[in-house]
Design a protein around this ligand. Structure first.
Ligand code: ATP
Ligand code: MG
Length: 352
């Protein structure tokens, strides 16, 4: 049976890092005898120009029908209003496919320098459907109101259902990966109702995992501790915005956004997506680091039960990153996006 992964290149550096990702995924699947189809569809500005919307219904249907999706970054901040076709494809897919969890590992590579010199190996498990971003997702731009000039209000929705879902995803990941510690990230001393509900739901799930050590850490203290002693953390479970911010911090501490992979998943669908945005400053120059999206694709392969190709892809990444000569410029190397992908394909073919 052919594995179908829908590829959505997106905006900015998206098309370049997607081309690199498709080639390496095709190479690693071929080397493991896994039949894979990597159909491409347009989203973002390219789709807006061609079809009048940044994500057409046909693309959402194709995403639902595929085994998985590889999603490029999108410049949604620059899109026209929703009424003119400017929907955020990332938010639309999260909602339409029920992707309640965003798994964001931060893992340093021994040969790649980190800003503090410390090794990092942790996973931020971020709630993906609600929090401060909830109503933005539901109504696309309608989540904030200005009742009178000079006063703006933002809604933060926390539900027991999504809190339980993200807690279960986090503890299941910890158990599966042999990670012994879970930190619940919150601000319940101030946001007593919403973070209180989130914490209560997480504590209930924690009782099913007595072998895992659970701590509760205020989000501000967590940011400080991440910089001082990243080894104190193993799995962090967080609401949407706190997880978004802490995972960028962790990614930078682990070696940079160009390495930061992530997987969005629910109970039935999964979408690989780099942690960073569309980096318009780098677009079209063949300089972006595709390791972020390639690592995300490896997470997707593993999630879909293809542990062999996933491990080979991670191994090729680790071997390329070991040598400064086979890194991209964000990591002090000289390779372009295309050449880095070619290096990975060579490493994959050599190891089989
Ligand atoms: P967006 O509005 O889409 O989020 P952005 O300008 O905030 O775009 P990000 O992609 O979020 O850009 O990243 C911030 C900066 O980090 C970029 O401007 C770029 O310099 C760097 N960066 C991000 N991704 C990569 C990458 N894959 N390779 C190299 N550098 C990157
Ligand atoms: Mg950004």
């Amino acid at each position: 049976m052919t594995l179908t992964l829908l590829c959505l290149p997106g905006d900015g550096i998206g098309p370049e890092i997607m081309a690199a990702t498709r080639d390496t995924v095709a190479a690693v699947c071929a080397s493991h005898g896994v039949a894979v189809a990597l159909p491409e569809a347009e989203i973002g500005f390219a789709a807006l120009a061609a079809a009048g919307t940044t994500i057409a219904k046909a693309v959402i249907d194709a995403a639902r029908a595929a085994d998985g999706v590889i999603l490029g970054p999108v410049s949604h901040n620059a899109y026209p209003p929703v009424a003119e076709g400017g929907r955020n494809p990332s938010g639309v897919l999260r909602r339409e496919l029920g992707l309640f969890a965003n798994i964001r590992p931060a893992r340093s590579h021994s040969a790649v320098p980190t800003p503090t010199g410390a090794a990092v190996d942790l996973v931020v498990v971020r709630e993906n459907l609600e929090g401060f971003y909830a109503d933005r997702n539901m109504h696309e731009g309608g989540g904030e109101v200005m009742p009178v000039p000079g006063v703006a209000l933002a809604m933060r929705r926390i539900t027991a259902e999504n809190s339980r879902n993200i807690a279960r995803a986090g503890y299941a990941l910890a158990a599966r990966e042999g990670r012994g510690k879970v930190a619940l990230i919150h601000k319940a001393n101030v946001m007593r109702l919403s973070d209180g509900l989130f914490l209560d739901c997480c504590r209930a799930v924690a009782r099913d995992y007595p072998q895992i050590e659970t701590t509760e850490v205020l989000v501000d203290a967590a940011a400080a501790l991440l910089v001082r002693d990243p080894g104190a953390f193993d799995v962090l479970i967080a609401t949407n915005m706190f997880g978004d911010i802490l995972s960028d911090l962790a990614a930078e501490l682990a070696g940079g956004l160009g390495l930061a992979a992530s997987l969005n998943h629910g109970d039935t669908h999964a979408v690989a997506q780099a942690q960073h945005g569309s980096a318009p400053d780098l677009a079209g120059q063949d300089v972006a680091n595709p390791a972020s999206l390639i690592g995300s694709a490896a997470m997707l392969l593993a999630h879909l039960g293809h542990a062999g190709p996933a491990a080979s892809l991670q191994d090729a990444l680790a071997r390329a990153l070991r040598d400064p000569a086979t890194r991209t410029s964000d990591l002090g190397g000289a390779l372009g996006t295309r050449a880095f992908a070619d290096t990975l394909c060579t490493l994959i073919s050599e190891s089989t």
